[in-house]
Design a protein. Structure first.
Ligand code: HEC
Length: 111
């Protein structure tokens, strides 16, 4: 019984965090260029020193963080406002767009 409750609570959280909307990366690019690029870069590499890179981030992670800013679980004077102004569809689309970017990483040699 208890396990069942925990399971259904987890399902509910998952359903809220990851709504089953179709993602449209092209719409996400448009929205991200207008609303996110000034800090996170149109290539997902941050322009502002206090903003993280979003290029190549897992869309689920982006959605989780936007959800946390919206719910107040994570608080930031700019991002909390920005996340509050996004629809579920916009969040899905933007997450899909940044998630599709591919990064190349150069591991530095240790001397
Ligand atoms: C005015 C600058 C600014 C704009 C515009 C902005 N962000 Fe942010 N964003 C930040 C900063 C600063 C942080 C770091 C917040 C913190 O320190 O907790 C952040 C953090 C995030 C994170 C968490 C990333 C992580 O690695 O934890 C996500 C996801 C995010 N932003 C998405 C977006 C999206 C999507 C948009 C556009 C709809 C956007 N941001 C627009 C400044 C901005």
């Amino acid at each position: 019984m208890r396990n069942k409750l925990i399971l259904s609570a987890a399902t509910l959280v998952a359903a809220l965090a990851f709504p089953a909307a179709a993602q449209d990366a092209a719409a996400g690019k448009k929205a991200a260029d207008m609303r996110c690029a000034m800090c996170h870069g149109s290539d997902g590499l941050a322009m502002a020193p206090d903003a993280p890179n979003l290029a190549g981030a897992d869309p689920d992670y982006i959605l989780m963080q936007l959800g946390a800013f919206r719910s107040g679980a994570r608080n930031h004077h700019q991002m909390s406002l920005i996340a509050a102004g996004l629809s579920e569809q916009e969040m899905e689309d933007i997450a899909a767009w940044f998630g599709r970017m591919q990064l190349t990483v150069t591991i530095p040699p240790l001397d």
